[in-house]
Design a protein around this ligand. Structure first.
Ligand code: PDD
Length: 286
């Protein structure tokens, strides 16, 4: 049974209980992170902790730990769980009040929860054949840069994809592509990698950064700029990225083929660079 951390103690997951008055439960009032662990080394932990600080500041929740303590707690969770490759989930909520009240309680300890699950990367078929997606209007709020636990819109949007037999929903807002329901999306046109710019309309993905760094290191032309819906729909290639999906080629959007309907040559190069980076850098620790 997996071991989790809850409010200062490590325990078997079956023993982990939180109050029914917890604001995470009542309002989705909290922040989270998902950190991939390769060969027992958390990948880009400093960057994940920086994004966590950004989220906590954005939702006005004091960070319960300094980075050194987070590093220690996450290290303990990784050590106490099985498997060299893990996905560490951490969540901080505004804690449990005595009564229901939208405004923040005056003095309440936050609830801190850390969970490890096996890191399951996508099946080879998804990489070899590509994945199907649908599109939807981006109906989320205007702080999509915050990794907040209130994910109802994201859940509804991802479920729309699953209901259609697809893997992801690509979101468009005001004529531009923002990201996926739980991933970042890239386009390739005429050999140039197009990436929507980081702003309040998308989550600044850690995998997104890796893809842009690999492109720069290998001389792949990149344009970080708003990607119009028509450009995305007419792209030669589309990719989705996240800590758990890594990089996946999208071959269908709303039932229509992306490019020639097969994973593209630029994806093949990026995938090879990513796997090489994983072997030489992620597994070795940076
Ligand atoms: N989600 N955009 C959204 C809306 C996401 O939920 C995620 C990741 C990403 C990619 O970020 P990163 O490369 O740092 O994983 C982009 C995680 C995996 C989740 O919610 O489970």
């Amino acid at each position: 049974m997996s071991t989790v951390y809850l409010d200062g103690r490590f325990m078997p997951i079956a023993e982990a209980k939180v109050s029914a008055m917890d604001r995470g439960f009542l309002y989705g009032d909290g922040a989270y992170e998902v950190i991939p662990v390769y060969s027992r080394r958390p990948f880009r932990l400093a960057e994940h902790l920086a994004r966590l600080r950004h989220t906590l500041e954005g939702i006005r929740l004091a960070n319960p730990h300094d980075d050194a303590e987070w590093v220690r707690l996450i290290g303990e969770i990784v050590a106490r769980n099985e498997g060299d490759d893990q996905s560490v989930y951490l969540q901080i909520t505004r804690g449990a009040d005595t009564k229901r009240n939208h405004a923040f309680p005056a003095r309440v300890a936050p609830t801190v929860y850390i969970l490890s699950e096996p890191l399951v990367t996508p099946p080879p078929a998804q990489r070899e054949q590509g994945i199907a997606t649908i599109s939807a209007p981006d109906v989320r709020w205007l702080r999509c840069d915050l990794k907040a636990i209130s994910l109802l819109a994201n859940c509804l949007l991802r479920q729309q994809a699953v209901d259609a037999g697809c893997v992801e929903t690509i979101l468009f807002r005001d004529g531009f592509m923002t990201e996926g329901a739980a991933s970042n999306i890239f386009a390739v046109r005429d050999g140039v990698l197009l990436a929507p710019p980081k702003n309040n309309l998308m989550l600044p993905g850690i995998t997104y950064d890796v893809v842009l760094e690999l492109a720069a290191a290998h001389g792949l032309p990149v344009e970080v700029r708003p990607v119009a819906e028509a450009e995305a729909r007419g792209a030669d290639e589309l990719w989705m990225t996240s800590s758990t999906k890594e990089v996946l080629p999208i071959v269908l959007l709303d039932g229509r083929p992306v490019g020639d309907g097969r994973p593209g040559p630029v994806f093949a190069r990026m995938y090879a660079w990513y796997q090489d980076f994983k072997r030489t850098v992620m597994r070795a620790g940076e």
